[in-house]
Design a protein around this ligand. Structure first.
Ligand SMILES: [Fe+2]
Ligand SMILES: [Fe+2]
Length: 278
């Protein structure tokens, strides 16, 4: 890829950093309607955020260092700020998991190896490209959570507050890594190849994390609950399939999806919460 001084940007909208603390101390461990399987899915996702988001931040910062575009540079600062607060809150979330006996350290050890392989063997451009792919996938998941309350209707209120906040901000900054990548003019097949690799890596990380949770205390019934939630009702993964595929369209840009518009409906609530907890 060639480095380029300017970017074609969709990331010009302000990306505010909302420094919010979520108090999960009263939340039950099986916080999603008492379902071990559905809770396990979200917990597996939470476990990969701190290392994953730190990797995203490093990748985007390195990529943006070569770009001279004030709007995109401001968006990158917003992206870094939002992901930093997400990591902080999910570290607290994950501490609950390790305190309860789940092997979060093993999950992170395995994930750290994957990240090391990307950064040391594949290099900076691939790390940025993989970040943009992961951000696309989190953004399409976020588009569902922020749009349809069915996903978290049965959730403990504090957990719901945290997940909708994270989803909203993922949709809000969903174009930043893509725009930094686009400034380097990646070829179509490079972009597609990295998405195939990233999809496989994300599934591997989530499945491994869920496996470590399941090994600790999940009955086989939990897996059925999780698969039903993901593929049948409400059908989380089934319903993100087409938005996910949009990446493979030539000329794709994240802001062509509805995710960031859906997220806007929650902004006033979290802006007010930011002021209250500041
Ligand atoms: Fe995040
Ligand atoms: Fe993100």
């Amino acid at each position: 890829m060639s480095a380029n001084a300017t970017a074609s940007t969709g990331s010009s909208a302000a990306i505010p950093v909302r420094d919010i603390h979520f108090d999960l101390s009263a939340s039950p461990m099986l916080w999603h309607g008492g379902s071990a399987g559905v809770t396990g899915f979200y917990d597996a996702l939470s476990a990969c955020f701190p290392l994953g988001e730190a990797f995203f931040i490093r990748s985007v910062k390195r990529g943006a260092a070569e770009i001279d575009d004030p709007a995109l540079n401001a968006a990158v600062r917003g992206f870094v700020g939002q992901e930093s607060v997400h990591s902080r809150e999910h570290r607290a979330y994950n501490k609950r998991l390790s305190d309860a006996g789940y092997d979060v350290a093993a999950m992170e050890r395995a994930q750290a190896k994957t990240i090391k392989w990307i950064e040391e063997d594949l290099g900076d451009d691939a790390a940025l490209g993989i970040t943009a792919c992961m951000e696309h996938m989190t953004s399409v998941l976020a588009g569902q959570i922020t749009y349809d309350e069915a996903y978290l209707r049965d959730a403990d209120p504090a957990m719901r507050e945290l997940w909708v906040w994270h989803a909203m901000e993922e949709a809000e900054h969903g174009a930043v890594a893509f725009d930094v990548l686009a400034a380097k003019r990646p070829g179509y097949f490079y972009r597609v190849g990295l998405m195939l690799l990233s999809t496989w890596m994300l599934f591997e990380i989530i499945l491994r994390n869920y496996g470590l949770i399941a090994r600790t205390d999940r009955a086989p019934r939990a897996l059925r609950e999780m698969l039903s939630y993901l593929f049948w009702s409400p059908g989380f993964l089934r319903r993100v399939f087409f938005p996910y595929l949009s990446w493979y369209r030539p000329g794709f840009h994240p802001f062509q999806s509805a995710a960031h518009e859906r997220a806007a409906a929650h902004r006033a609530h979290y802006d007010a919460l930011t002021r209250k907890t500041a």
